[in-house]
Design a protein around this ligand. Sequence first.
Ligand code: ACO
Length: 427
Amino acid sequence: MPTDTLTVTDNRTGKTYEIKISDGTISATDLRQIRSSPEDFGLMSYDPAFLNTASCRSAITFIDGDKGILRYRGFPIEELAEHSSFLEIAYLLCEGELPTRSQLEVWERDISGHTYVHTSISKFLDGFRYNAHPMGMLLGAVSALSTFYPDAAHVLDRKQRYVQRIRLLAKMPTIAAFAFRHSRGLPYEYPRNDLGYVANFANMTFNIGGRFEPNRVLIRALEVLLILHADHEQNCSTAAMRAVGSSQVDPFSAISAAIAALYGPLHGGANEAVLHMLEEIGDIKNVPSFVEKLKKGHGKLMGFGHRVYKSYDPRARLIKRVADEVFEQTGLNPKLDIALELERIALQDEYFISRKLYPNVDFYTGLIYQAMGYPTEFFTVLFALGRTPGWLAQWEEMLLDPETKISRPRQVYIGHPTRPFVPIHRR
Ligand code: ACO
């Protein structure tokens, strides 16, 4: 008769233990009863980088990495990308359901009522050097927001959490656009709440002298890209948001930890790295020798591979469609040919096939953003804008979870055993 338990024999002692299995997992703390002696601390699991450890229960995003499936709150990403606005997705992720028309109106009105930033934030941004990386500026300015809203410290108060969610969703595009303007030496363009969320962002970024006219196709394309980035369950930046948020710090501080994680080239910085890589390759004829170099262990094919997807990333598939629509408007990006050739060769190559390496969300986004007029160093900022609702939804879920405790992993100590102090003159 099958039971949902695991029987383990500890060959050190000969003792047998029965450990409960629920939702396909065993609880790591159940291992602690397995001791080699009464003084023994108890067995731990060792899992650097969480390759096989679930750190929470979540009802937000479902991924099947082998089948290439991604769903937010049960809805397939393909349908959401086709039919929804970004703020509708933000509502879905944060509130758990698709909004009714009146719920969406309230949500949009609340967000558009908070798009301005305190003038001291503009001055804060002025303090950055002209060539500061916009992700560094976003990171600094968002963490500084916590000092403007001391009420955000009340993270156990539901109403306060709602207000901070609204503030973050509303102010991220403003800060992002201001960072862009700062690096160009352009005056800040203030929010226009008569425009939609994405069109307002584009206007704050690109408008000079009232001459910017949003291109509907490009605005929708950017909106779809934001939707595709909105959540991706327990990735590096979301894990940072949850871990830092578990200390019950305010959400501005927690989200700046998530932004910092996203800044890294192995996470959100990958789309920037893809562009640098395509520049380095330079010409389609250099693709085969570049791939050979990679296979010998010299670097990685940026925009390829994923911790969870071991088949084609469904977002990458949708992004290829967006790319066609965008390039129809802007003309072809000359680096597209190099990217397509890289993909063609990699998908036929035993090295990439055997390691299940496929294009991820970042492989084509950089080319699209570049065609839209964003500089390379701004790509990760766009990723952060898209991911904000996901971070906020995961933060809320973490705080409401009765199983949440402050995040605090264990370690296996491999340093010296105790040794006597050596005075400086004898070292
Ligand atoms: N190019 C070449 N080889 C690769 C690549 C790649 N992009 N990715 C993985 N490999 C190889 C590894 O060298 C390793 O080979 P080995 O078994 O011979 O040692 C094998 O594939 C397994 O790779 P891991 O590094 O163990 O896979 P992991 O799950 O730890 O890494 C990651 C996933 C970080 C995304 C990795 O694939 C990578 O660095 N890709 C390039 C960066 C990138 O595109 N990041 C964006 C990720 S998506 C996102 O954050 C939005």
